[in-house]
Design a protein around this ligand. Structure first.
Ligand code: ATP
Ligand code: SF4
Ligand code: MG
Length: 327
């Protein structure tokens, strides 16, 4: 498999305040020094609590949000260094599927037009060729052709998510950023959409960045997972290893919040601690205040990512198992 996407030292800052819609004064950092590789045909899960920067990461990778530093290497081309014009040829290859597809659809357009819109912008097909392609796309995602004349509000949540997927696939992308694509759906629909995503990936060799709160969904679909906390990478590695033997105390706390067998919950529940925050301006570990296994060193020295082997990275001075080696 080739490395489709490589992210190096990616950081994003937003303006702390806005006035009349314009950024003002100081900035606040939302992502700090993130790195990962996403192979062609692979899924990387991005997990973390609300506000940890998952959506920002997805948007930065697609260059919908400008990075403040770092590289976004797509087949060795640094997308972070390109302007809008330079990015144009790459945009069709990378698409976003929103958590709430309704928000991303024009309510006055029929579903057929919603799916066809990227084709008009990117491909310049004739009207007849577009109609054929929209019907193909609808069939690929299991959307009945009779629904193409309806408006977004006239579809169920699951049907709308299928339409959003068809739209995202219209330009034959190689990478999809899926931002909580199943979180608005009931459990049986979630399973169907996850299966559809797996089938499409196998058929087309797509790469997915799968953003989710739901570790169960991530464990089902993602070969590798990256855990974010307040914009910092805590741990990343093969999903299986990360879930069976979490090395970072924050990953363990996330897993403890899942409905899992009692013995694992008991082992991890100590992570639910509160501690006074470190002195302002100190270089403490970003998870220090909530960490059950913090030591004095953690209050003054932020950990850097180290490897546990097997493509497994952890940013912790005292990982829960195994000795970390310098990365
Ligand atoms: N356009 C923006 N301007 C300023 N701050 C922003 C902007 N977008 C997001 N933020 C801030 O960046 C941080 C990360 O937000 P983000 O939406 O990436 O989190 P998330 O992990 O996707 O959360 P959720 O799980 O709730 O969707 C939050 O503190 C948020 O308030
Ligand atoms: S570095 Fe220290 S505070 Fe941070 S997660 Fe590891 S043990 Fe906890
Ligand atoms: Mg989000």
């Amino acid at each position: 498999m080739s490395a489709g996407l490589r992210i190096e030292h990616l950081s994003v800052e937003y303006a702390a305040r806005r006035r009349l819609g314009r950024p003002q004064g100081d900035t606040h950092k939302v992502l700090t020094d993130i790195g990962f590789t996403l192979l062609a045909g692979e899924t990387l899960g991005i997990v973390g609590e609300s506000g940890s920067g998952k959506t920002t990461l997805g948007h930065a990778v697609l260059r919908m949000t400008p990075p403040s530093s770092g590289r976004i290497l797509w087949d060795s081309v640094d997308l972070a260094a390109l302007d809008d014009r330079g990015l144009r040829p790459y945009r069709p290859h990378m698409q976003l599927v929103f958590q709430d597809p309704y928000e991303a659809m024009n309510p006055r357009m029929s579903i057929g037009c919603v799916i066809a819109e990227p084709l008009i912008l990117a491909c310049g097909l004739t009207r007849r060729a577009r109609r054929i392609r929209v019907a193909q796309l609808a069939s690929q995602v299991g959307l009945d052709e009779s629904l193409l004349t309806r408006y977004p509000r006239e579809l169920s949540g699951g049907q709308r998510q299928r339409a959003a997927l068809a739209r995202a696939l219209a330009t034959k992308p190689r990478l999809l950023v899926l931002d909580e694509p199943t979180s608005g759906l009931d459990v049986s629909l979630q399973a169907r959409i996850l299966n559809l995503l797996r089938d499409l990936q196998a058929e087309k060799g797509l790469s997915y960045l799968f953003i989710s709160h739901d570790l169960a969904a991530v464990s089902y679909i993602a070969q590798r997972t990256l855990v974010l906390f307040r914009g910092h990478m805590m741990e990343q590695g093969p999903t299986d290893a990360l879930i069976r033997r979490p090395a970072h105390p924050y990953t363990a706390a996330l897993l403890a919040a899942l409905p899992v067998p009692a013995e694992r919950k008991a082992a991890n529940s100590a992570a639910e601690v509160t501690r006074l925050p470190p002195d302002p301006g100190s270089r403490a570990c970003v998870y220090y205040a909530g960490c059950a296994t913090a030591q004095p060193r953690c209050r003054t020295e932020a950990p850097i990512a180290t490897t546990l082997g097997d493509d497994h990275l952890v940013a912790c001075h005292y990982p829960l198992h195994g000795a970390a080696r310098d990365f």
